[in-house]
Design a protein around this ligand. Structure first.
Ligand code: NDP
Ligand code: GDR
Length: 372
C-alpha cells in the first residue's frame, strides 16, 4: 500500500486530497497543528479511531516551524509521497504576520526537504509543493504560464517564491523528485471563510435569510482565475506520477472580477443587484428579489454591498489569468467544474448552513455571526 503524507490536511485542499488518495488505495498520514479547539471539521468524516486495528487515515501532531516534529514523522512513516499544503495561506494576513509567514511558508518547505535529505529518502520520497499564482503578482505577461517572470507583491508571495526555488534547487542538487504546482485560485464549499469567494457566498446567504444587513468588501475590481479545489487536487497527485519531475501551472484560463462573483452568487438566490458610485463610495443595491426571500427588511433599493478600505492590501495583485496548456498536454488536465457551477455549489452550501442557523435562532439559540 502506498503511503502519502499531507501537511495542511485540515485545510481546504488537504481535505479534498486526503479523500482522493484514500479513494486511490493509499494509506494517508496527515500533520495537524496542536490547537486549543478541535480543528479537524473538514476531515472528521475520514477520522478513524486510533483503537481500531488497520487504519488508512492517521493524523500526527506537528508544525512546519518545528523541524524535530517533521523529522520524527517522516522517519516513522517513510512516505512514498509528501504533499506540502501547509501554509499561512492568507495574503492579507501575511502583511500583519510577515515573519511567521516566512517561517512557515518558506523555511517550512526547506525543513521538509532537509528532512528527506537527512533521512536518506532523496531517491524514494516524492515531493509536491503548493506553489501559487501569487508569484506572478504584478503581472508581466497575460496569460501567465510556467515561463512568465515572477513579481511577488506580498510577504506571502515572497515566502512562496523562496519555497518555489528551494524545491527547484533540491531537485537539481540532490535529484529529489520534487514538483511545484503553480495553482491559481481554487475554491469550494470548504474554502476558508475569509477568502473573498466564501466570504461572499456566506454573507449573501445570511442577508437573504435576514440576519446580516450588508457585505463589506475591499477591491471589487480584482480579477482572478477561479477553479474548483476538487479538480485541482487530482493534478497535485498526477504531478507526482510522471516520469520526470516538472513544475506546472494549473488554472481554468477564464477570469472574473470580484464584482462579477458577487453578481453570479446573488443570481443563484434570484437576487439582481445594480452597482452605483465609484471607488470607496461604490455600493451594491438590490434591483429585484424573489418572493421566497425570507428577509423582512430586504427590498428593491436596499444596499447590500459596501466597500470598506480595511480590506485593501498595501500592495495588490490586480489581475491573474492562467495558461494551463502544459498541464493539458502532459497531464491531460480538463477541469470538470466551470465558474457558474462553482458559484452555484458554494452558494447552495452556504444557504444550507444559513438555514440551519436560522432554525437554531427560531428555537431560541444564540448564533454568532463572525464577519471578517
Ligand atoms: P488553507 O488555509 O485552507 O489550509 C492551510 C493548512 O495549513 C491548514 O491545514 C493549516 O492548519 C495548515 N498550517 C498553517 N500553518 C501551519 C504550520 N505552521 N504548520 C503546520 N500546518 C500549518 O489553504 P488551502 O487548502 O486553500 O491551500 C493549500 C495550500 O495551497 C497552501 O499552501 C496555499 O498557500 C496554497 N495555495 C492555495 C490556493 C488556493 O486558491 N486555495 C492557490 C495556490 C496555492 P490549521 O487548520 O490548523 O489552520
Ligand atoms: P488571494 O485570495 O489573495 O487571491 O489568495 P482572496 O480570496 O483573499 O482575494 C482575492 C481578491 O479579492 C480581493 N478582495 C478581497 N479579499 C478578501 N479576502 N476579503 C475581502 O473582503 C476582499 N475584497 C476584495 C483581494 O484584494 C484579492 O485581490 C488566494 C489564497 O488562497 C492564496 O493562498 C493563494 O496562493 C492564492 O489565492 C492563489
Amino acid at each position: 500500500m502506498k503511503k502519502a503524507l499531507i501537511t495542511g490536511i485540515t485545510g481546504q485542499d488537504g481535505a479534498y486530497l486526503a479523500e482522493f488518495l484514500l479513494g486511490k488505495g493509499y494509506q494517508v498520514h496527515g500533520i495537524k497543528r496542536r490547537s486549543s479547539l478541535f480543528n479537524t471539521a473538514r476531515i472528521d468524516h475520514l477520522y478513524q479511531d486510533p483503537h481500531e486495528g488497520e487504519r488508512r487515515f492517521i493524523l500526527h501532531h506537528g508544525d512546519l516551524t518545528d523541524s524535530s516534529s517533521l523529522i520524527h514523522i517522516i522517519e516513522k512513516i517513510k512516505p512514498d509521497e509528501i504533499y506540502n499544503l501547509a501554509a499561512q495561506s492568507h495574503v492579507a494576513v501575511s502583511f500583519e504576520e510577515p515573519e511567521y509567514t516566512a517561517n512557515s511558508d518558506a523555511l517550512g518547505t526547506l525543513r521538509l526537504l532537509e528532512a528527506i535529505r537527512i533521512l536518506g529518502l532523496t531517491q524514494t520520497t516524492r515531493f509536491y509543493q503548493a506553489s501559487t499564482s501569487e508569484l506572478f503578482g504584478k503581472v508581466q505577461e497575460v496569460p501567465q504560464n510556467e515561463t512568465t517572470p515572477f513579481y511577488p507583491r506580498s510577504p506571502y508571495a515572497v515566502a512562496k517564491m523562496y519555497a518555489y526555488w528551494i524545491v527547484v534547487n533540491y531537485r537539481e542538487a540532490y535529484g529529489i523528485y520534487a514538483c511545484n504546482g503553480i495553482l491559481f485560485n481554487h475554491e469550494s464549499p470548504l474554502r476558508g471563510e475569509t477568502f473573498v469567494t466564501r466570504k461572499i457566498t456566506r454573507a449573501l446567504a445570511r442577508i437573504f435569510l435576514g440576519f446580516q444587513d450588508c457585505l463589506y468588501l475591499g477591491n471589487l475590481d480584482a480579477r482572478r482565475d477561479w477553479g474548483h479545489a476538487r479538480d485541482y487536487v487530482e493534478m497535485q497527485w498526477l504531478m507526482l506520477q510522471q516520469q520526470e519531475p516538472e513544475d506546472y501551472v494549473i488554472a481554468t484560463g477564464e477570469q472574473h472580477s470580484v464584482r462579477e462573483f458577487v453578481d453570479a452568487a446573488a443570481a443563484e438566490l434570484g437576487l439582481t443587484l445594480s452597482w452605483q458610485g465609484e471607488g470607496v463610495e461604490e455600493i451594491g443595491v438590490v434591483d429585484s428579489l424573489p418572493p421566497t426571500c425570507a428577509a423582512a427588511d430586504l427590498r428593491p433599493g436596499s444596499v447590500v454591498v459596501r466597500v470598506d478600505p480595511r480590506y485593501f492590501r498595501p500592495t495588490e495583485v490586480e489581475t491573474l489569468l492562467g495558461d494551463p496548456s502544459k498541464a493539458r498536454e502532459k497531464l491531460g488536465w480538463v477541469p470538470t467544474t466551470g465558474f457558474a457551477d462553482l458559484v452555484a455549489e458554494m452558494m447552495r452550501a452556504d444557504l444550507d448552513d444559513a438555514n440551519r442557523d436560522a432554525l437554531c435562532r427560531r428555537e431560541g439559540f444564540t448564533v454568532l455571526n463572525h464577519n471578517e
